[in-house]
Design a protein. Structure first.
Length: 430
């Protein structure tokens, strides 16, 4: 078999066999096929696409390029959740303890944030002492003991994905739905869970910009999961404005704790309880989705979800936050409305970039994050504002440049007519 033949076959739009896909992935990981040929192959996929069978075969080849976590020592059905990335997305901090409090086993490997989106590991590490580098034995024992563990992915999991993504990033082939689906699902399947819920963000602050692309990505990921015998549900959710009110690591941890105390923003509570209902139901902890949703709401409001969060943080070495003194910044600057009306839009990308400029995110993997800084939204889409009302608060530890205010000016669109509040969950695909 020759790599050039595989490239030409896909360039012409033909179906690649399992053997051909395995040949490419194994050869690339082993250093036998050079970057320039794999780049040509990726570009051929970008233009010609892949069938569901090819996507599943690619996922399997990537999955088998490294270590697969064996969770068989964890009793019961294991559940996991993945988000495609958004601004203010602190759902794992809420969902994990909430679902564990309902009796399901949450075994989750998470990643860090890059650019305008935040990472779960960065949020957890903003809590004093909280460890995310767990051994496999520690991870399994913790899930068996308290029902939840969240850890960082090891370098041995899906090495093919790291190599391919680095190449896609510099060859203009990142926005390929089959390649995105295989990247996400190879890592989720390597993590070993039985039930996987996918939060596919769509809108200004998300990677997917159209509902059609989000549907296709969701459909392919669900199809891949089914081919591996997994129960996969995809939620297409709105990211035309940040999720909740808080953007920034400690600010988001605080909002997560407030949500687990029954005092969360409506959109965040709705998203978490709806996704939780599927995780709980498919983990066989409730007889129906409706009963699972009711159980999730009950645990969120009776203190049990918060107690599970506290148990989880302590188990991973963390010190429980004193919320009164948790956020320490040199200045909190109000960003005020210059016109009256109703909020039509809050560009999530602008808000995320503002937080990153303040030091709350990374432009490169080596950047150091300031966990204290960020943005608190005081108004959301559909809410009425008067001139001089505070639209957002800027939490900063250094001088705030004019470009930060300009980015915020561009983020908020205020109109004279009333605006309906958007739905957070647009579609569910399973």
């Amino acid at each position: 078999m020759r790599m050039v033949d595989v490239i030409e076959k896909k360039r012409e739009g033909h179906f690649l066999s399992v053997e051909e896909i395995n040949y490419v992935i194994q050869g690339y990981v082993q250093g036998k096929i050079p970057d320039y040929q794999v780049s040509a192959w990726l570009m051929a996929i970008f233009f010609q696409g892949m069938t569901d069978q090819e996507s599943s075969a690619l996922t399997k080849a990537m999955l088998e390029s490294g270590e697969v976590i064996d969770l068989s020592k964890i009793s019961g059905i294991k559940v996991d959740k993945h988000s495609t990335g958004g601004v203010g997305d602190k759902t794992t901090l809420i969902l994990g303890p909430l679902v564990a409090a309902c009796g399901a086993k949450v075994a989750k490997l998470s990643g860090r944030g890059l650019g305008h989106t935040g990472g779960t590991l960065d949020k957890l590490e903003s809590i004093d002492g909280c460890r995310i580098n767990l051994t496999e034995e520690e991870f399994i024992n913790q899930v068996n003991r308290i029902g939840i563990a969240v850890a960082g992915q090891t370098g041995e999991i899906v090495p093919a994905d790291k190599l391919l993504y680095a190449l896609r990033d510099v060859t203009g082939t990142v926005p390929s739905i089959p390649l995105i689906a295989s990247s996400i699902m190879s890592k989720k399947l390597a993590s070993g869970a039985d039930v996987i819920c996918l939060d596919v963000k769509i809108g200004d602050g998300a990677f997917m910009k159209t509902i059609e692309d989000a549907r296709e990505l969701s459909r392919i990921m669900v199809s891949i999961g089914e081919s591996f015998g997994k129960n996969v549900t995809a939620f297409i959710t709105d990211m035309d404005q940040p999720l909740g009110h808080a953007i920034g690591n400690r600010l988001e941890v605080k909002e997560a704790i407030e949500t687990l105390s029954g005092k969360g923003p409506d959109d965040l509570v709705e998203l978490c309880t709806d996704i939780a209902s599927h995780m709980i139901y498919y983990a066989k902890q409730a007889p129906t989705l409706e009963a699972a949703k009711a159980l999730a709401v009950e645990k969120l409001n009776n203190g049990e979800a918060l107690a599970k969060f506290n148990e989880f943080i302590i188990a991973q070495g963390g010190t429980l936050p004193d919320l009164k003194n948790f956020i320490k910044v040199k200045q909190i600057i109000p960003f005020k409305a210059k016109k009256a009306g109703y909020v039509l839009q809050i560009k999530a990308l602008n808000i995320g970039l503002t937080s990153m400029k303040l030091g709350g995110g990374r432009e490169t993997k080596d950047d150091i994050i300031d966990p204290m800084v960020g943005i608190i939204l005081k108004k959301k889409i559909g809410e009425q504002v008067q001139i001089g009302d505070t639209l957002a608060e800027i939490y900063a530890n250094h001088n705030v440049d004019s470009d930060i205010f300009e980015t915020l000016e561009e983020a908020f669109q205020i109109v004279e007519y009333p605006v309906e509040k958007p739905n957070i969950i647009l579609e569910v695909i399973s």
